[in-house]
Ligand binder design. Structure first.
Ligand code: UDP
Ligand code: MG
Length: 308
């Protein structure tokens, strides 16, 4: 019989873990003739009772395990910890807050048997989400799909069912800056998506603020596209060309009309404009250098403190 490993990153999820487990166990019962379920919860430095609950349930059920990280490393790191830990023939990644409906596993597993390597899920709508957030996500997906060769599906969640081969490929990508949405898509394979209606968290609250999401999307651009650098190069060439034209214009004007000294205001605006572009470009280049710096340090993405 094949094993299905379920990776669940948890950050302050004391209220949701038990309802989550019960719901998935319902699905487990329906698949019990085909799959052995194996749960791997990752406690990502929670400050509430999450770890105690995980210890309890891992004692109660032999197929429930957990990793506890030494501090909060972020969801991407927790995901990686889980993916590296589990051994299942199939692997799925799920949020603990039941925003990823476990019932979909049945449909996803059926698709895997149809021959797909990855069955992802996407939200058909963004119900219950602040309007501003929706607008910014739309802009993000529109832009990144234009400038990056890695396709990112709008509304796609991390919730996906993958074969062992796909998971091994993802783990081969050794980068420290892990933008999962991109990595999952970068490895390729036969992928299909199932849409579902957006669900709100059953309890607790999202740990993402608007600024974190903005930072996260900039990470997406820097990790999966060189377009900002190209933009910097174009801005540089553009303003150079413009300055040559201006020089030409000024020389001709000097020859034709003489040299009435005027226009310091325009001079200052031009200087500010050029200075601004230069700083922007430096910032963009700096962003990439910072990523290189982080990569070369080769720090571990996470540290496991406790295993059960
Ligand atoms: N999570 C985590 N580490 C973090 C933040 C979140 O492991 O630093 C987990 C969290 O417990 C949940 C999942 O990642 O299982 C998704 O988090 P959340 O529901 O806050 O995000 P959203 O659904 O709003 O995107
Ligand atoms: Mg959530």
């Amino acid at each position: 019989m094949k094993t299905l490993s379920i990776v669940v990153p948890c950050y302050n999820e004391e209220e949701t873990i038990l309802p989550f487990l019960t719901t998935v166990q319902e699905v487990e019962k329906k698949l019990t003739h085909e799959l052995i379920f194996d749960y791997c919860f990752i406690n990502d430095g929670s400050v509430d009772a999450t770890l105690d609950i995980l210890r309890d349930i891992s004692k109660k059920y032999i197929n429930v395990h957990y990793l506890s990280l030494s501090r909060n490393f972020g969801k991407e790191a927790a995901l990686l910890a889980g993916l590296e830990e589990v051994r299942g023939d199939y692997v799925t990644v799920m949020d603990a807050d039941l925003q990823d409906p476990p019932e979909l596993l049945l449909e996803m597993y059926a698709k895997i048997q149809d021959g797909y390597d990855v069955v992802g899920t996407r939200r058909a709508d963004r119900k219950g989400e602040p309007a501003l957030r929706t607008i910014f996500s739309k802009i993000f997906y529109w832009l990144i799909n234009r400038i990056s060769s890695t396709e990112m599906v709008d509304g796609a969640r991390d919730y996906r069912l993958m074969t062992r081969q796909v998971v091994d490929s993802i783990l081969e990508l050794g980068e420290v800056n892990r933008f999962s949405k991109g990595l999952f898509s970068w490895v390729g394979y036969d992928v299909t998506y199932i849409s579902f209606e957006n669900k709100e968290r059953i309890a607790g609250s999202t740990s993402w603020t608007f600024w974190e999401l903005l930072k996260y999307s900039i990470d997406g651009f820097v990790n999966f596209s060189e377009a900002p650098l190209t933009l910097a190069a174009w801005a540089g060439s553009g303003s150079f060309l413009l300055s040559v034209l201006a020089m030409f214009f000024i020389i001709v004007r000097r020859l034709v009309f003489g040299d009435p000294v005027a226009g310091w205001a325009s001079l200052v605006s031009i200087m500010l404009f050029i200075g601004g572009i230069q700083l922007l470009c430096l910032g963009i280049i700096g962003k990439y250098i910072a990523k290189i710096f982080l990569e070369t340090k080769k720090r571990p993405v996470y540290i496991v403190k406790e295993k059960g």
